[in-house]
Design a protein around this ligand. Structure first.
Ligand code: WT7
Length: 659
């Protein structure tokens, strides 16, 4: 028996199913009839969903697919995204409703109402205009989870500028690549951030990133750590300005202008199969429609009643769609937490849920598995009875973690929604509906109403129930990506060339149908790894490794990991000159740090193995499958296509003797 990834354990034998409770189903936002209605007339269905929003000008066409794969949704319509997320709730009389219960890592808190949010966003919009930002400009944001991050995103949306949020854990090199790729005019960051109880610098890293960056005219700095951080915040006179100096002085009135439904809203970089991250482009009307609709039905969200908490970071798409745009468009009251889940103690999340009576909680399998490791006695100390819907996102959830989540956190009754989607899809695509679906541990189950997904074989033919293959999306959807920033060819190539004949979107995930026709996601089929729900490409890590002078060659694989889903394992050949003096542990440590410096700490290999050779085919392609066998302690598979079949013996022998 080979060891399987946590995502796949029990998967073939799993047969439990949990129908929704009658009470939940009776009060749910949608019933089982919603699938049929959507099927009958997809465009009318999506038009109906778009009417959740306030439009300045109605659309003339729901979908214009004539320029496929570049879609136009709600063509001719005009709206302001920030107005939809903020102002209209104030105008409807909900100005006093709390939009954000913000919890800082050190324990400071802020409650922000919709009326306050409107003032804050308006001031920030005026501030951006005052430094010369106009519609179509790009603003890069590298901020931890502080309210200003959300305000900054909405301020961009309000004036038609695109934001490009860069996760706080990315290195200066990674930030710079993103700033340059989109020629960002302004960068918004903070002096420092609290992480695991300590203040760490942020602005210093941004300065390092921006040295000589020609496009950047202004850097706006939120004061967060202040005196907690040693030394003065590094400052570039003329370029840098404090957020509080610039924004607080602005008037709280700003008239939102309506933009075309297809006006770009944001760029978000994600890893692909090459070393260069791609800027995924999302636009306004269709994106907001699907973000709001899915948040409404998948989480059964009731405005003014529920307290919602999505634990993602705004550096990822989950933060964009399910902290900022979908929830706020739906007049959510939500928790936003700045810090790590074990600061100052491992019950921090449960303490927050108890305090704010959180009713909808959305997190990632890797965190659920971490909670399991910490022990069920920790959540048991808190009152979690307010919870009524639990969500999962980012990677396949193994049945064991799913059951633990339901039993230990959800009192053995809370529906779990396992939501499959991607940066590229913009919003949830495959998920149970909590009041409708009999849920199955480990399965995302079925495309949402209005969405169409299939599992197909190599030729693009749908596989029968019980069969496995590739996941494709066979019909356009409102929040689909509108391209890769500055690279139409890469857009076509990556997503639309694999099943060009059929016109399917290729998601890059393996999947299977069970005998009921429900979908089970099986992980990536390309060279993309999923580490703690973060997407990292093997090539990206390999490029980082070979950029170190001691490295001659490197091959990286994702090996199954009981907590993080996958862990990064690198096989490295050192240059002859380095093998003797910096070999062994020192070299490994140095290389791990080098990767952290090049990409960010999230890309640090779990393990680096120094090897004399790499297994290659006769055409020179590295056979990662064999390296994965080693990384996962399996018997090594078929080596007959190797150019030199003794290579694997050489590698194994070296590893066994620890050399
Ligand atoms: C990849 C997309 C979706 C927001 C966070 C990640 C994997 C995501 C699931 C799920 C199985 C999942 C896929 C996908 N993935 N959700 N519920 N079950 N796999 O966004 O960084 O763009 O990554 O995450 O492999 O392709 P992302």
């Amino acid at each position: 028996m080979t060891e399987q990834s946590p995502a796949l354990d029990n998967l073939l034998t799993e047969s439990r199913s949990f129908p929704p409770g009658a009470e939940f189903a009776g009060a749910a936002n949608v019933g089982p009839d919603v699938y049929g209605a959507a099927e009958e007339d997809r465009e009318e269905f999506w038009a109906e969903q778009a009417r959740r929003l306030s439009w300045d000008t109605g659309w003339s066409r729901v979908l214009d697919w004539s320029g496929a794969p570049f879609a136009k949704w709600f063509a001719g319509g005009r709206l302001n995204v920030a107005y939809n997320c903020v102002d209209r709730h104030v105008e409807a009389g909900f100005g006093d409703q709390v939009a954000i219960h913000w919890v800082g890592e050190p324990g400071d808190t802020r409650d922000i109402t919709y009326a306050q949010l409107k003032d804050d966003v308006s001031r920030a919009a005026n501030a951006l205009v005052s430094v010369g930002v106009v519609a179509g400009d790009v603003v890069a944001i590298q901020l931890q989870m502080v309210p200003e991050a959300i305000v900054a995103m909405l301020a961009c949306a309000r004036i038609g500028a695109l934001h490009s949020v860069v996760f706080g854990g990315f290195s200066p090199t990674a930030l710079r690549a993103r700033v340059d790729d989109a020629a960002a005019k302004v960068v918004i960051t903070s002096d420092g951030q609290y992480r695991r109880g300590k203040a760490a610098p942020m602005k210093a890293n941004v300065d390092e990133a921006l040295a000589g960056a020609e496009s950047v005219e202004k850097v706006i700095v939120v004061r967060r750590t202040g005196d907690a951080l040693e030394g003065a915040t590094p400052w570039v006179a003329g370029r840098d300005v404090w957020w509080h100096d610039l924004v607080d002085a602005q008037p709280a009135e700003h008239r939102p202008e309506a933009f075309d439904s297809e006006h770009p809203l944001f760029i978000l970089y994600t890893s692909g199969t090459t070393g260069r991250p791609k800027g995924i482009l999302h636009t306004s009307g269709g994106y907001l429609t699907q973000a709001a609709y899915t948040h409404h039905v998948v989480f059964d969200h009731k405005p003014g009643v529920d307290v919602y908490w999505c634990t993602a970071d705004i550096g990822w798409i989950t933060g964009h769609s399910y902290i900022v745009y979908g929830p706020l468009a739906n007049r959510v009251t939500q928790v936003v937490y700045e810090g790590t889940p074990n600061t100052p103690h491992e019950g921090r999340h449960w303490e927050i849920i108890q305090k704010y009576k959180v009713s909808i909680y959305y997190t990632a399998p890797t965190l659920i598995r971490t909670f399991m490791k910490w022990g069920a006695d920790i959540p048991a100390k808190y009152d979690l009875s307010s919870l009524r819907v639990l969500g999962s996102v980012g990677e396949p959830i193994n049945p064991e973690a799913w059951i633990w989540y339901r039993d230990t956190i959800g009192a053995s009754k809370t529906p779990i929604v396992d939501t499959w989607w991607q940066t590229e899809t913009g919003a949830i695509m495959i998920s149970p509906l909590p009041g409708v679906t009999a849920t199955k541990p480990g399965s995302a189950q079925r495309a949402l109403p209005g969405i169409s997904a299939k599992v197909v074989d190599d030729t693009g033919t749908e596989v029968p129930p019980g069969g496995g293959g590739y996941l494709v999306l066979d019909k356009p959807w409102p929040s689909m990506l509108r391209g890769v920033w500055g690279d139409d060819e890469r857009f076509r190539d990556t997503y639309w060339s694999r099943f060009a004949e059929q016109g399917f979107y290729f998601a890059g995930d393996g999947a299977k149908y069970d005998t009921d026709g429900d979908i089970w996601l099986l992980g990536r089929v390309d060279d993309v790894m999923n580490v703690s729900g973060h997407r990292i490409s093997t090539t990206e890590v390999e490029s980082a490794l070979v950029s170190h002078p001691a490295v001659a060659e490197a091959a990286v694989v994702g090996a199954s990991d009981p907590t993080t889903g996958q862990g990064i394992v690198a096989f490295v050949i050192l240059r002859a000159a380095h093998t003797t003096d910096s070999g062994g542990e020192d070299a490994v440590q140095e290389l791990r740090n080098h990767v952290a410096k090049e990409i960010g700490p999230i890309a640090k290999p779990r393990q680096i193995l120094i090897v004399p050779e790499l297994p290659k085919t006769r055409s020179g392609k590295i056979m990662r499958r064999l390296l994965r066998d080693i990384a996962e302690n399996r018997t090594i598979g078929d080596v007959t296509t190797l150019a030199d079949s003794s290579v694997m013996d050489l590698i194994s022998a070296g590893l066994n003797t620890g050399k």
